[in-house]
Design a binder for this molecule. Structure first.
Ligand code: GLY
Length: 436
């Protein structure tokens, strides 16, 4: 009796020791799991504070760092002769300009990402000095809410004022969002069934895949006003895009242009390698845009397309670290620039898709991307990179523009994806329905 009690006691101790070992190794693993995340958030917050202070007196926004290109590089990447380039190349920067900050004003399609990143960093750190900077830079975006000559109004105003409404709600913000949504709707042609993207170029009625990203502004406007007209335009735009932007393999064209009768006049690219290629960021816009549009509408075809695009992305993105080349059809190899912005957009979209479907493989894929972006290969060391968070994105390679440079929208979607992952890991929805 006494002996067996002793054995029980000893084996109990063994079990207990095992449990303690297990708990402490779990705790260590959780800590290690969080380390990369915490480091990314801390670095991003410090970088954004620096960037905001550095350009404050200009009244402008940081967009990227000035880069250069060589014709040889472009010809090699596009695998065609220079005479076949369809676009005008950007001027070369002077030596003094090279790798200095490229600033932009509120009318630039990327301007709203900077205040948006400040809001996201504030949300993740609770640092009120980031909030102060976010308010200041968001107010700088006001002129954009009166614009009618671009479709980029969702990027510009929803990523700045939209984040402001989520984190510091006020009626004045609602007014800005609704005015901007009205201006975006003014670009919708019912006989074509789409919002017109650009007012430049030779196309009759160009619509780019990026435009899917502007629809959230319209969904928000319907929720704010109770008026369905904004949502109806968004749904029609998404249906027309679904019908005409995709190839049978679920890659998408960048630009589809419509004739006045609504028929497709042309389908091709502006920023991709060629008309038949899969421009990486465009695939990201499609994945993210259709996932978001499904969340807002519950229309099954949009979810099916998001899934098809996500599966295509996983099959076509061949790099070991999952940060895609600038175009999925670009030559594979070390000389081909990566696009961290495409990676960040894909990661953010995949986290939401994984959550909607309860499908871990999308979340895990996104996590692999975020691990890579948070590594020293892509995450800037504090105090470097002129305050940008990430390195190694591509704006428009065929124009010789912003090749292998930080981009403010890479930073924005990286922070958004980190926040989404954090919420999902806490058992929350990645996107909170803050306007209802
Ligand atoms: N919306 C333009 C781009 O993605 O570069």
């Amino acid at each position: 009796m006494h002996v067996s009690k002793t054995i029980q006691a000893i084996s109990g101790a063994v079990v207990l020791t095992g449990a303690v070992t297990l708990i402490s190794s779990c705790a260590e693993k959780a800590q290690a799991d969080n380390l990369w995340f915490d480091n990314a958030v801390t670095s991003a917050a410090a970088q954004l504070r620096d960037a905001a202070d550095a350009v404050d007196s200009t009244g402008l926004f940081p967009r990227s760092l000035m880069t250069d290109y060589s014709l040889e590089q472009l010809v090699g990447q596009m695998e065609t002769s220079h005479k076949n380039f369809k676009v005008e190349l950007l001027e070369h920067p002077t030596l003094d300009e090279f790798r200095t900050v490229r600033l932009c004003d509120a009318a630039d399609w990327t301007a709203g990402f900077f205040p948006g990143s400040l809001w996201l960093a504030y949300e993740m750190t609770g640092d009120s000095t980031l909030r102060d900077r976010a308010v200041k830079y968001t107010n700088r975006m006001l002129p954009a809410s009166y614009m009618t000559d671009t479709h980029d109004l969702g990027f510009m105003i929803n990523c700045s004022y939209g984040q402001a409404l989520r984190l510091a709600p006020a009626d004045s913000i609602r007014t800005v969002l609704v005015r901007t949504a009205d201006n975006l709707v003014s670009r919708f042609d019912p006989s074509i069934g789409c919002i017109r993207s650009w007012d430049f170029g030779e196309w009759n009625y160009p619509v780019i895949i990026d435009n899917m990203m502007n629809l959230q502004l319209l969904f928000n406007a319907s929720k704010i006003t109770g008026d369905q007209k904004y949502k109806d335009v968004a749904v029609k735009h998404a249906r027309t895009t679904l019908a005409n932007h995709f190839r049978p393999d679920h890659t998408c064209y960048h630009v589809v242009s419509y004739a006045p009768d609504g028929s497709v006049e042309s389908a091709g690219t502006f920023q991709g390698k060629n008309d038949a290629s899969a421009w990486s960021r465009g695939q990201g816009w499609a994945l993210y845009g259709f996932t978001e549009t499904y969340r807002e509408t519950g229309i099954r075809e949009f979810l099916d397309k998001a899934v098809a695009v996500a599966d295509m992305v996983m099959a076509r993105n061949t790099t070991a670290d999952k940060i895609p080349y600038w175009d999925f059809d670009a030559p594979e190899g070390a000389a081909t620039p990566r696009d961290a912005s495409a990676a960040a957009v894909i990661a953010s979209g995949m986290i939401e898709l994984g959550y909607i479907l309860n499908e871990p493989r999308y979340t895990e894929y996104a996590e692999q991307i975020l691990h890579s972006l948070a590594s020293p290969d892509y995450l800037a060391e504090k105090g470097t990179n002129c305050g940008f968070v990430l390195k190694h994105s591509v704006g428009s390679l065929p124009h010789g523009s912003e090749i292998d440079t930080p981009l403010n929208y890479a930073d924005y979607y990286f922070l958004e994806a980190l926040g989404r992952l954090d919420r999902v890991k806490k058992g929350l929805a990645p996107v909170d329905d803050f306007i209802s």
